[in-house]
Design a protein around this ligand. Structure first.
Ligand SMILES: [Cu+2]
Length: 147
């Protein structure tokens, strides 16, 4: 009986400790050099699953897109410039500044490709994101506002 009671109280307690549900969003890209949105919202400590989907037709070699999420306060323009030169590593630069700034990313996607980026912002803040394909940063950047 005692065991049964403790099992029952455990069951009642579970919902209190259940993790907050993942915030799921979809961002599309196509042959226009832009994301379908420049603003996303998250909550500190709550996992996010961001699906990046490429719905365009231009071959990957001449037009591909990724999404790189950076720590708040990162030097976005400088990281964009370095990644833009890193063709051999899929436009993700491997220097220390870039590596420490990147929290998560989707690789370069071609037409029909999609990728789910999973990350959990730990603190409130403005988390920049960008596409690092050369020349895309000007139009393809945005902010995840985490409260
Ligand atoms: Cu792009």
């Amino acid at each position: 009986m005692k065991l049964l009671l403790s099992f029952a109280s455990l069951c009642l307690m579970v919902p209190l400790y259940a993790a907050a549900p993942t915030i799921k969003v979809e961002v599309t890209v196509n042959d226009q050099i832009r994301y379908s949105t420049k603003r996303l919202e998250g909550k500190a400590g709550v996992p996010m699953a961001i699906t990046l989907k490429h719905t365009g037709k231009i071959p990957k070699a001449s037009m591909s897109h990724n999404m790189v999420i950076l720590k708040p306060g990162s030097m976005v323009a400088s990281i964009s410039a370095k990644c833009g030169l890193a063709k051999d590593t899929n436009y993700i630069a491997s220097d220390a500044e870039t590596r420490s700034a990147i929290l998560a990313f989707a690789p370069q996607l071609g037409p029909g490709d999609s990728h789910v980026i999973k990350f959990t912002p730990k603190e409130p803040g403005d988390y920049p994101f960008l596409c690092t394909f050369p020349g895309h940063f000007g139009e393809m950047s945005g902010i995840i506002t985490v409260k």
